[in-house]
Design a protein around this ligand. Structure first.
Ligand code: XIL
Length: 324
């Protein structure tokens, strides 16, 4: 019948999509978004710092509250994305009149994390507490937070979020978390240290922005298992599988074998998650090519989602359906 329906039959598995109130104004899009294929959403942008705290101590929940209300009305749960991230920060954080010090920034960070989690307590059951804190070589990304606090900010943010909502599942989320390598290996070491020190990290988010023809079920299962072996839950948080070749965003411009390859890749990715008991779900980063962020970032590429620009299901959809 539907992807979400099938996922719901599997204990604790979620099938989500990233969306926004401005894309939900598109009625045919909204009909699918609110239908049986999905049981969870993520706010694609509206819970990021620049939107939710646009001025110091001034919180604006207009867009995010509307999105959460839409999710409730359509019987969908909500992942919170994201509390601490170096990107999409407001100007008052990026360009302060007086440079931040550890003493001035810590209370600002605390107020942000606590206020947002408290606001959505009972409505958001998963939070990406820290996003993209690692470099590809496994070192910590050089961000404002890392420079002033070292990794203490991660421990604080987890603690503050947990104090505000003890029931929420707390994540550290990143890209290139799907395959073993320097990034996954050093992240797992860091996560182990957090667990050993009893910080309330509950899960790892692997974004899974992947490339057609470069998806290996065995490779991904092994990568994810490196995290789940720590006892952490795992979620594929921002799934899309884009074509790298310059045929654009319309699946009609790709050859039958290229279309089949993407379907195979969606099948493999879905299977990799389902193979692990601790992998609790996956979320498409928008479900349709019509609203995908990919063409805007990687010019000339795209067609990365299971629904095409006309909102028709692709073979990738059928492949996921068969994998579940
Ligand atoms: C992207 C959104 O999809 C775009 O609309 C926005 O312009 C930039 O951010 N990793 C993340 C997401 O954690 O928040 C990003 O979302 C994609 C990469």
């Amino acid at each position: 019948d539907s992807l979400g329906g099938k996922m719901a039959l599997l204990q604790r598995k979620w099938l989500g999509h990233a969306t926004e109130t401005y894309t939900l104004e598109d009625a045919p899009y909204a009909a699918i978004a609110g239908g049986n294929d999905f049981n969870r959403i993520t706010a694609e942008n509206s819970m990021k710092w620049e939107t939710i705290e646009p001025a110091p101590g001034v919180f604006d929940f207009t867009l995010s509250d509307a999105l959460v209300a839409w999710a409730e009305a359509h019987d969908q749960a909500v992942r919170g994305h994201t509390l601490v991230w170096h990107s999409q920060l407001p100007n008052w954080i990026n360009n302060p009149a007086v440079p931040w010090t550890a003493e001035t920034l810590k209370p600002v960070l605390e107020n942000h994390v606590r206020t947002v989690v408290r606001h959505f307590k009972g409505k958001i059951d998963m939070w990406d507490v820290v996003n993209e804190m690692f470099n590809e070589d496994g070192t910590y990304r050089d961000t404002l937070f890392q420079r002033l606090f070292g990794t203490d900010y991660v421990k604080w943010a987890l603690t503050w979020a947990h104090e505000e909502d003890p029931d929420a599942l707390l994540f550290i989320n990143d890209y290139n978390f799907e395959y073993r390598g320097a990034k996954v290996d050093s992240a797992a070491l860091f996560f182990k240290s957090l667990i050993d020190e009893k910080y309330p990290l509950g899960a790892v988010g692997a974004q899974a922005h992947l490339i057609v023809g470069q998806v290996s079920e065995a490779g991904i299962t092994a990568g994810l298992k490196h995290f789940t072996d720590l006892g952490l839950l795992l979620y594929l948080t921002e799934v899309d599988i884009r074509y790298e070749i310059g045929r654009g965003n319309d699946i009609a411009d790709y050859t039958p074998s290229q279309v089949a390859q993407q379907a195979k890749d969606y099948y493999s990715l879905t299977k990799a998650c389902l193979a692990l008991q601790n992998c609790i779900g996956l979320t498409l980063w928008q479900y349709t090519d019509k609203y995908s962020w990919i063409p805007g970032v990687w010019d000339g590429t795209g067609a990365a989602l299971p629904w095409d620009v006309r909102l028709n299901k692709k073979p990738a959809y059928t492949a996921m359906y068969e994998a579940i």
